[in-house]
Design a protein around this ligand. Sequence first.
Ligand SMILES: NC(=O)c1ccc[n+]([C@@H]2O[C@H](COP(=O)([O-])OP(=O)(O)OC[C@H]3O[C@@H](n4cnc5c(N)ncnc54)[C@H](OP(=O)(O)O)[C@@H]3O)[C@@H](O)[C@H]2O)c1
Length: 346
Amino acid sequence: MSEGYRIAVVGATGQVGTLMLTLLRERGFPASEIVAFASERSLGRELEGDLVVRGLSEESIQGFDLALFSAGGATSGEWAPKFAEAGATVIDNSSRWRMQEDVPLVVSEVNPEALQGHHGIIANPNCSTMQMVVALKPLHDEAKIERLVICTYQAVSGTGRRAVDELLDQSHALLHDREIAPPSEYAHQIAFNALPQAGSFAAGEDHTDEERKLMNETRKILGDPSIRISATCVRVPVVTGHSEAVNVQTREALSPERARELLRRAPGVSVVDDPDAALYPLAIDAAGKDEVYVGRIRRDPGHDRALDMWIVADNLRKGAATNAIQLAELLHARGLLGAARAPSPA
Ligand SMILES: NC(=O)c1ccc[n+]([C@@H]2O[C@H](COP(=O)([O-])OP(=O)(O)OC[C@H]3O[C@@H](n4cnc5c(N)ncnc54)[C@H](OP(=O)(O)O)[C@@H]3O)[C@@H](O)[C@H]2O)c1
């Protein structure tokens, strides 16, 4: 391999990890070596690019400049600090570190300045938060968001690879008049259904953890704890691409025309908004793309200072892997990776 950073990809066999490996190659990120890590189950497995899966140990995690994590909260909780202590900058896809005060929660187009002064771990937001804040940022800058009412329609790939298999297996069985196996990834059948539970309910909680993430992470990224937010997160039988109906109430007046104009100029956003021609963002069109698509921008007839809109993006790309690689690119461009963080020689 060429000159560059030594990079660990933890969770390299998963949906997000696989995509991060592809994006590192496709975007030509400077890597001298990429090492794939996953669970004990995958040890020795060969991955594309001549990579062989290794296990996490005190010895195997030494000497990295960058560690890209997508292996769930428990693995991040245990291993991200160890990678950081060993000199790597960690970009973590799990929810484990997102709300910790000294951990920046960063979307490349929205708050890149938060990367400065990180302490070794940087958090990548939840997928439904990520795509929404990319679209909300220019509106917030212009007219200050006061309140959001959100309903999401989230794809099963957001739950993990096993959930995709469950949707496909159930759909296949039902189309062939066969009984489905008892669901294991969700509380109910997901095929041909809509579940008003994305995520899980903690004891005594009437919102799911996914809904709480959407509320708390949005306020942290936009840097405005005063934004009032109501969210319902729904799981739908879509493989890839989260859709969101968002009602945006602003402090200053904001017309749909002005919102469209701001969004057309916003980085990472593509406006698809011609309802007469049945043109609006669709999950199947967003799948495989890195942008956030916005359409159905219209005035809320129930409020003078509110707009409704429909926001769609690929939850595995901009919602996870693409943003992680974009953050790595920003760290590289700003000299915040590797040698910049390496301990000074004794
Ligand atoms: N899917 C999304 O849309 C999305 C969006 C944003 C964030 N995320 C987050 O990204 C993470 C991964 O999601 P995913 O959809 O890629 O899940 P996934 O397809 O189920 O993959 C999970 C990955 O984690 C690895 N892993 C599990 N336990 C491990 C352990 N003890 N030690 C080391 N590696 C372990 C798995 O390895 P094996 O193959 O060996 O089991 C696999 O590589 C999660 O934290 C998720 O919340 C996902």
